[in-house]
Design a protein around this ligand. Structure first.
Ligand SMILES: Nc1nc2c(c(=O)[nH]1)N[C@H]1C(S)=C(S)[C@@H](COP(=O)(O)OP(=O)(O)OC[C@H]3O[C@@H](n4cnc5c(=O)[nH]c(N)nc54)[C@H](O)[C@@H]3O)O[C@H]1N2
Ligand SMILES: Nc1nc2c(c(=O)[nH]1)N[C@H]1C(S)=C(S)[C@@H](COP(=O)(O)OP(=O)(O)OC[C@H]3O[C@@H](n4cnc5c(=O)[nH]c(N)nc54)[C@H](O)[C@@H]3O)O[C@H]1N2
Ligand code: SF4
Ligand SMILES: [Mo]
Length: 702
């Protein structure tokens, strides 16, 4: 019998569930939840089993590919050896940056980077030699506003207050659908059970969302909100708390300043002002403000829907101010900071904002990265600093960034592109070289990215399930190899590349639990993970601000109020607003190649309220054209009373029928890419984050 039982955390989403994986030789026999995991307690979702499919997928690349242009001009891919792939990549990157300057290199890193700890620890091995200003990542189509709010208020981009759902009485949730997403900037496996527990102990969950989502259906109360108007709602809540004298910062008062100024500056933003724009009655806003402020413990939390929209940074800042004035920050049953075993807050830079700007549109950097919405124009606009070579790693920006069609075209203009990715997909088809790493089950795992956002302090390390095939390289090894080649070409001395687990071991031993003996050896002995206890109040010590004070009167969002005031003084545009949606059997753009996840009814449809269909002569199931400033697409409409009238919803990450991709299952379930019509000019002007929600569109029968 070669049957073996392996313990491994799932890295596919932020819930980091513990898994028990049974194998027989090279085959995965079963994948189940690990009941011993102190965080996930046995929970898994349908994606966990897809780890087997990823591992076994015949389309997953196992060998580097090089693009060769045939005599008829058609591209063809040739498998090449690692030496040639790495040598060519290093040589081309150095040649182009020597000739045109360092900013001729663009870098885009996608979401799986943060789910793969070796990519986090080792990207610097390459990029410290290539310090370009043209760095981009999925951050600016996602959580950039959260980082800014944390930087401004708490002094570090990664100090995220985590909703303590298991101990709260009242939960106000905006623009999040954890039943589908399994939580985000909030590692909360088994959310359904936790919501049910909250309700059965008499607590309340109130969801504010333009769609009656799977989460909204479980909530005590759901209110539709018109996309992009949350800032008015949040201001009305905060304003009511001040006006009705409900503010009670409790222990936070001792190290918080500037609230009086905020109260004055927002006095104009009443529930009556918000009502016609949000679609929520002023009386409901007052009621929610009172309930939130008077609950013993309460949480205000907002995610993608309030982050990737025109007022993302203002929203995230307002959410934290609400948690502060109600005294619910740093309080059990409110939102607390974690104390992870490897403490990113102590190990990485706090981040900075607007220290330089993008060349073409003058958009601000955050944490040395520029908004992804500016990538295409930085490739196509001639002049000094134009991107001529691009490195993409674990990203699919053609499907995931606004106006992806424009980027799709722009990538063809590059002189050289290399992609660190296991698939030949919509983005990597433009590369000259694709470098495929080992499969997830072939490398070890420590969740450097998500223990920091978890509802309980825990730590878990797991060995690889399978031995990597001879000659294959992990993502971190590829970074190490490329880094050393680039260093040599630049006349520097190559450095030995330490495996990432050594860095984790050092991080554990030097971390907050190191003195109690936490080390990699301890984690190896406890492969289901070690429980480090519930989240604890840690303020003001945990703050990284000057003098350990939370300064609430942050100039940038306060100045942004003027933009809000002006926008909502304009007459209504009469267009529909496009929002996204997530499904538990999907994961952004890259998990559509596994039969068990895509089978069944086609999920890439446009949800539309019947009230919006009749006047346009649109019937259920019809093909419609959806148009925006950026472009148009055709898709099947699905009549749905769960979206707010005036709103249409289309998931992102589809559109797999482009020529030249090698993902056969995905191609058969192609769908359309929502980001063909999102707009690279639609941004949160304050942060530079893409506004992929609330895009103005018109819809007509085909
Ligand atoms: N199954 C699955 N899980 C995932 C992912 C996935 O693709 N599939 N992706 C992962 C990633 S990368 C992330 S970042 C997280 C995201 O995690 P979540 O933010 O929890 O997930 P979303 O489903 O994007 O939820 C956004 C919600 O905002 C609503 N919304 C849209 N516009 C507005 C608005 O203007 N105002 C308000 N109030 N609401 C609005 C939408 O209707 C939607 O319900 O999920 C992660 N988990
Ligand atoms: N309209 C709209 N657009 C959105 C969103 C939305 O809600 N609506 N959501 C946004 C959000 S939250 C995010 S995070 C972004 C995601 O945007 P991206 O990160 O750009 O895209 P993904 O779809 O996650 O693509 C991941 C890529 O990584 C590869 N990959 C997977 N695992 C590994 C690995 O271990 N190593 C390497 N080297 N590669 C790997 C996959 O093959 C795939 O090519 O999309 C954003 N775009
Ligand atoms: S919820 Fe997320 S972490 Fe848990 S099994 Fe599903 S994909 Fe994996
Ligand atoms: Mo994301």
């Amino acid at each position: 019998m070669s049957r073996q039982r392996h313990l491994r955390a799932c890295h596919l989403c932020e819930a980091i569930c513990g898994l028990v994986i049974e194998t027989d030789g090279e085959q995965v026999v079963s994948i189940k939840g690990d009941k011993q995991d102190p965080l996930s307690r046995g929970h898994i979702c349908p994606k966990a089993v897809a780890l087997k499919d990823i591992h076994e997928d015949p389309d997953r690349l196992r060998q580097p590919l090089k693009k060769v242009i045939a005599a008829n001009g058609e591209p063809r891919w040739e498998e090449i050896g690692w030496e040639e792939a790495l040598d060519t990549t290093a040589r081309r990157l150095v040649e182009i940056t020597r000739r045109d300057g360092i900013n001729a290199l663009g870098i885009y890193l996608g979401n799986p980077t943060v789910h793969n700890y070796g990519m986090m620890t080792h990207q610097g091995n390459l990029f410290r030699h290539l310090r370009t200003n043209n760095r981009f990542s999925a951050t600016s189509v996602d959580q950039l506003p959260h980082h800014l709010a944390s930087l401004w208020l708490f002094g570090h981009k990664s100090l995220f207050p985590i909703p303590d759902i298991d101990r709260t009485d009242y939960f106000l949730m905006l623009g999040a659908n954890p039943i589908a997403s399994n939580g985000s900037i909030w590692t909360v496996p088994d959310i359904k059970k936790r919501i049910k527990a909250l309700k059965s102990r008499g607590g309340k969950l109130v969801v504010i969302d333009p769609r009656r989502t799977e989460t909204a259906q479980l909530a005590s109360d759901h209110l539709f909100i018109s996309p992009g108007t949350d800032a008015l709602f949040l201001l009305a809540i905060l304003n009511t708390i001040f006006v009705e004298d409900l503010a009670r910062p409790r222990h936070l008062a001792a190290f918080t300043s500037g609230l009086e100024e905020v109260a004055l500056d927002i006095a104009h933003f009443t529930p009556e002002l918000a009502e016609p724009h949000t679609g929520i009655a002023a009386a409901d806003m007052r009621r929610i403000a009172r309930e939130l402020a008077q609950a013993e413990n309460a949480i205000c939390y907002g995610r993608m829907g309030v982050s990737t929209q025109a007022y993302g940074a203002l929203n995230q800042w307002l959410i934290q101010l609400i948690n502060i004035v109600t005294g619910n920050l740093d309080r059990p049953g409110g939102s607390l900071f974690t104390l992870p075993a490897v403490d990113q807050v102590s190990n990485i830079s706090p981040g900075g904002f607007a220290r330089h700007h993008s060349r073409v549109r003058g958009l601000p950097e955050f944490d040395r990265e520029l908004p992804a919405a500016a990538m295409a124009e930085e490739i196509t606009t001639p002049g000094e600093g134009q991107i001529r070579a691009l490195f993409t790693g674990a990203g699919n920006p053609v499907l995931s960034t606004p106006n992806g069609r424009q980027l799709d075209d722009a990538l063809e203009q590059l002189e050289f592109m290399v992609s660190l990715d296991p698939y030949l997909n919509e983005t990597t088809r433009h590369a000259d070289i694709i470098l495929p790493p080992t499969s997830p089950l072939e490398h070890d795992h420590y969740d450097l990215g998500f223990h920091i956002n978890a509802i309980r302090n825990t730590a878990r390390y797991n060995e690889p399930v399978f031995t990597p095939p001879p000659g294959s390289l992990h993502d971190w090894e590829i970074f190490g190899e490329l880094g050393n080649r680039v260093a040599t070409l630049l006349g520097l001395t190559p450095q030995p590349v330490q495996p990432p687990w050594q860095l984790i071991d050092a991080g554990l031993q030097g971390g907050p639990y190191g003195e109690q003996g936490l080390s990699l050896a301890e984690l190896r002995k406890n492969p289901s993970g070690i429980d480090l206890g519930p989240l604890q109040p840690q303020l003001p010590q945990r703050l990284r601000t000057r003098d350990k004070i939370i300064r609430c009167n942050t100039p940038e969002p306060l100045a942004d109020l003027e933009r809000l005031r002006q926008e909502f003084a304009l007459p209504h545009h009469g267009l529909l607003k496009l929002i996204g949606r997530r499904h538990v059997r999907s994961n952004n753009s890259w998990m559509h190649n596994y039969r068990r996840l895509v089978k069944g009814k086609d999920r890439c449809s446009l949800l539309m309220h019947p009230q919006d269909m009749w006047p346009r002569d649109i019937v259920d199931g019809a093909a419609v054209t959806v148009s925006s400033r950026a472009g148009s697409l055709q898709v099947r409409v699905e009549s749905c009373e769960d979206v707010m009238p005036g709103v249409v919803s289309l998931p992102h990450g589809w559109g797999h029928d482009r020529p030249g991709i090698r993902m056969e299952v995905a191609r058969k379930h192609a769908g359309v890419s929502c980001n063909d019509i999102t707009d690279e000019l639609a941004l949160d002007a304050l942060s530079g984050n893409a506004a992929v929600n609330g895009v103005l569109v018109s819809v007509a029968p085909v």
